[in-house]
Design a protein around this ligand. Structure first.
Ligand SMILES: [Zn+2]
Length: 260
């Protein structure tokens, strides 16, 4: 069952588990507008958000175009004012997602038949600020996990929505070439004393810990120091860590071959 929890006044987290993966989104209620951060994996995941959203117009934001963050949109009772995301997210909706959804709908029509792709229509390259009235949600590009990944910053609260750019026990790396830039951008967030709380889409959130741990992991992955990981990783993260290491090793081999 999807869960809705008020973390502070006018800030809600919504969480759901699909195919064993737990995903977290957020709702920010401003004086004039609200914002929904990710529609999660399935229309049923967001059906209960109507209670929180009321009648106020709202923006929907996609942290990136991975299925577990944007396939639930058809479950929102009212249309958003606009769907905000990075330009690369829109490209993935155009090029990659129709086939991916078609594949799972053919395989499991009962499970995925209600999913409809709702592409972003308010796109940005570097940053975009949504004025919600009394509150702002700044969207910043933070590629690395995927090229379309973004984070959401609420300066009035010191809350950073991390999407999958921040994840514990460890982030999922899809391309070794983007790690340095990912790490540099996260380090600049981590250097800011006004970041009080980070909320990532997967894993624990507790103050800034998820941000600090993601930075430490990416530093270790780039060869800067040793990994500090929990003694027992579940099978998903054990496999993710193995793949991350293999990606980086593959990149080093390629570099060595190029310079040989
Ligand atoms: Zn995810």
């Amino acid at each position: 069952m999807p869960e809705l929890r008020e973390l502070r006044t006018n800030f809600w987290l919504h969480e759901a588990t699909v195919s064993g993966i737990s995903v977290r989104g957020a709702v920010i209620i401003g004086e004039r507008f609200s914002a929904v951060w990710d529609s999660l994996s399935h229309p049923t995941d967001v059906a209960a958000l109507s209670d929180v959203l009321g009648e106020k117009p709202y923006y929907l934001v996609y942290s990136h175009a991975d299925w577990d963050h944007c396939w639930g949109t058809a479950g929102l009772a009212r249309q958003p004012l606009a769907v905000a995301a990075h330009f690369a997210c829109r490209r993935r909706f155009d090029q990659e997602l129709p086939e991916a959804l078609n594949r799972v709908q053919m395989a499991e029509p009962g499970q995925w038949g209600a999913v409809r792709l709702v592409p972003p229509n308010l796109m940005f390259n570097t940053a975009l600020t949504l004025d919600l009235g009394g509150l702002t949600l700044e969207l910043h590009h933070l590629p690395g996990h995927t090229e379309d990944s973004i984070v959401g910053w609420i300066p009035q609260w010191g809350i950073l929505l991390g999407g999958d750019a921040i994840e514990t026990p460890l982030p999922v790396v899809n391309s070794a070439s983007g790690i340095d830039d990912w790490l540099a951008r996260l380090e600049s967030w981590a250097a800011r004393p006004d970041v009080w709380q980070t909320v990532s889409s997967h894993g624990a959130y507790d103050g800034r810990e998820a941000l600090e741990r993601t930075v430490a992991y990416l530093r270790a992955l780039s060869g800067d120091r040793d990994f500090v990981l929990p003694p027992a990783l579940d099978s998903f993260y054990t496999e993710a860590h193995r793949k991350n290491l293999a990606l980086v090793a593959g990149e080093r081999d390629a570099d060595a071959a190029n310079t040989a």
